[in-house]
Design a protein around this ligand. Structure first.
Ligand SMILES: [Fe+2]
Length: 153
């Protein structure tokens, strides 16, 4: 069930949400890679943090997919589709603490940009369910971004 009166707005929202789902899947996999490959003095600290962040992301991924279903859409569910639609680029062969955290920062900024667009459009279309979910994500991702910037300073 959805509140969209205009077909174009409705279809655009499904595209945006599938983009967010795809971006979060790649972000999730990036975090797993960092969790596995991190080396150096910050190993214990970051190995654990990356796990905390990907667990949190896995939960959000499920919520976004189920939100798409609530709007009568179909969540993307294959890796090829995720790679095609993700605004987040896949990370490869990063084991340096600073480089991995910098990539997390870039990914978060990309996700936040998309989340803000979804928030605006959900608000214009009285889509309260999507709005509530996304505004929570924005708050959490902004908090994480602040911590990451403090780490990098
Ligand atoms: Fe592990």
């Amino acid at each position: 069930m959805h509140t969209y009166k205009n077909k174009q707005d409705y279809e655009k929202m499904l595209i945006l949400l599938n983009g967010l789902l795809s971006g979060m899947q790649i972000y999730y996999q990036n975090l797993r890679g960092f969790h596995w490959n991190i080396k150096g003095e910050k190993f214990f600290e970051l190995h654990e943090k990356f796990e905390e962040w990907y667990d949190d992301t896995a939960q959000k991924i499920d919520e976004v997919a189920e939100r798409i279903l609530m709007l009568d859409g179909t969540p993307l569910h294959d890796f090829a589709g995720y790679l095609e639609k993700s605004p987040v680029s896949p990370a490869k062969d990063i084991s340096d603490a600073r480089k991995s955290i910098e990539k997390v920062k870039d990914d978060l900024l990309t996700l936040l940009h998309l989340e803000r667009e979804i928030l605006d459009r959900a608000s214009e279309n009285n889509d309260e369910g999507t709005l509530a979910m996304i505004s929570g994500y924005i708050g959490e991702h902004e908090k994480l971004l602040w911590m990451i910037k403090s780490f990098l300073t």
